[in-house]
Write a protein that binds this ligand. Sequence first.
Ligand code: ATP
Ligand code: MG
Length: 242
Amino acid sequence: MVSLTAVTAQNTLGVRAVQEIDPSIVEAQINAVAEDIGVDAAKTGMLSSSPIMEAVARTVRKWGFPLVVDPVMYAKSGDPLIRPEAMETLKRVIIPIAKVVTPNAPEASHLAGFHVETLDDAKRAAKVIAEELHPEIVIVKGGHLTGNESIDVVYFRDSGEYRELRAPRIDTKNTHGTGCSFSAAIAAGLARGLNPWEAIKLAKELITTAIKYSLPLGHGHGPVNPMAWLELRPIGRTLLRR
Ligand SMILES: Nc1ncnc2c1ncn2[C@@H]1O[C@H](COP(=O)(O)OP(=O)(O)OP(=O)(O)O)[C@@H](O)[C@H]1O
Ligand SMILES: [Mg+2]
């Protein structure tokens, strides 16, 4: 189920126009689903303004479902997806209610307050974000880092423990939607009742497959293909039917 927060006019090259949805409509969409169908877990994507963030946070507090926050700031094309004045609200209102928050390297740099360029920086940033902004689990994603593996750092606030997610770096420009699909897959795993680490590991498998079978559409960054995982992985089908 989806609650639209903004309508974007975009293609593989860039975001041309954005129309935010009225915060009361964002809130009404979530309540409509929660009251009737129920919400086992959710993830956020583009939350461009403070009032939209406040509306989302109100519903999360009201219904108490586990939340995965993808702290979206810029599209793959580099276009901004958050108003500058909403950055503080993201930190103060949204990230503290997250079970899992999944910044990429540039987002982790903004949230931690220093430049994230190496695996070591990613580790330091994950800990700073967890301690200062208080989500349960921080994943600093490695898509924007370099090296022949794409390594994500997972930090668990309560235990102070680090784990790593590793996958071969796939040579493609078609990575539009990697972060969105990854965070959605984590939320889906949590909704199925997996523990957070199981949900995160499965999401890494899904996104690696989705990038491998990404689609060369348009003249910019084509989309990843999350359906490939369902078609190729029997284990995925088993888990989803459970
Ligand atoms: N070329 C690649 N090969 C393998 N894995 C990748 C590649 N690029 C990204 N990933 C993985 O995809 C996931 C998403 O990370 P990434 O840093 O790309 O997110 P993002 O920048 O938020 O993406 P989005 O375009 O959706 O905003 C991570 O698990 C990351 O390691
Ligand atoms: Mg992203």
